[in-house]
Ligand binder design. Sequence first.
Ligand code: MN
Length: 318
Amino acid sequence: MTTPIGPTDSSRTPRFAGPATFARLPRLDQVERADVAVVGVPFDTGVSYRPGARFGPAAIRDASRLLRPYHPALDVSPFAALQVVDGGDIAVNPFSIGDAVETIDAAATDLLRTGARLVTLGGDHTIALPLLRSLHRVHGPIAMLHFDAHLDTWDTYFGEPYTHGTPFRRAVEEGLLDTEAIAHVGTRGPLYGKRDLEDDRRFGFGIVTSADVMRRGVDEVADALRQRIGNRPLYVSVDIDVLDPAHAPGTGTPEAGGLTSRELLEILRGLAGCRIVGADVVEVAPAYDHAQITATAAAHVAYDLVSVLALGPAATTG
Ligand SMILES: [Mn+2]
């Protein structure tokens, strides 16, 4: 294997200058092959409340300029262990959700064929469905950890099946997920009714609420999740609204009482060793952000996901 091409040298080009790629990494077209591609999906037509997540990828990339190459907590240099690149943005139709879903699936499928694993920057949570469809074709049913204030297993909004509140109901209906190993983490806030939880349980989801994380602690939660997942191919979906609005104000559907960014990062680090086949960070809406709080949190989530990928087994096809 050739030595990976790392980020632009910050001793020569200051971090606030130079290319606006994720972590100042090379672009996909600048390398022979990539192990991990960080890809933007600037799409927010599926949101039910505040719009603006279409500007998420650009905001996360800008906040990622300060990421440095060594991860001390995990003792790994992810950009040296793997060839990580910025795969650019998937250009989606902002006027047709159905068309966008097909475009994301096709583009992700093409990227997966290059051998790269994808860490996707949203965009609203609608994008997880086509990403899971493309992964399912490679790996079969996939385990999933879904970090989110919300369940995202509702049926429809205004009669529409593809929205940011419905991707995981569709994913279960389509058989994309391994229902022995799917869980929400960080759930909180009011629901429409008790039925929401009954439906969700019927689909097979476990729930670790935001309050559970506080009471049980991050290590115990991460251990329990790791045990449930085992060696299954795993998708990790992080809706930034899993964080408390104090830690992520720039998002579409904020709920009080969420995780701290420290708790979220610690749980993600606890997934080291899992067979992660793909991940996303979604729902960053920079227009409601302040001082890059949300974009910085999202950049660090993406960095920790890449670092965990660098420590885990390669995603061989199942
Ligand atoms: Mn969500």
